[in-house]
Design a protein around this ligand. Sequence first.
Ligand SMILES: [Zn+2]
Ligand SMILES: [Zn+2]
Length: 168
Amino acid sequence: MLAQPLVPVLVTGPASTPADVKALRALAYNIAYELGRAVTWATGTDHDVRDYAAVYTTCPVTELSTDPALLLVGEALAAGVDVGEPLSADEVVECPCGLVGRHTRIPVGEDGEPHCNECRGADVCGWCGESLEDDATLVERGTAFYPLHPACAAESFPTTGRTLVDVA
Ligand SMILES: [Zn+2]
Ligand SMILES: [Zn+2]
């Protein structure tokens, strides 16, 4: 469980080809959807991992070579920041609400059942900090995705914000 809902999550991985960068952006989108929190993706090393609640990688950590990702993952491990690798097929969990945790581990409640952040009411708007309920919209700005109330999206990113539907 992530204790600080407003602290964003960082996505990293190989970033040397357009396909790599596309994979980074797609993973950031998916994790923003799964976790209901802001997610930034890194193509370089100019991120302080201590500013993030966790670091997720687009490939297994053992497959990272000399990419900036290797440095960021090393810094995260040294700083005690959680590092999440891609889940294997048998680790993928579906919440009763239908949300599938393909990259993130859906928290298991005291009843032994998975409850995603949305079901737990732990999704929060990246702008106002209030619970997102069911009406989240994902907004992309620069190299980050923000889950926001639609009204907050209009208020916070009136001209540059856009709702994404086309991340493949
Ligand atoms: Zn759920
Ligand atoms: Zn809001």
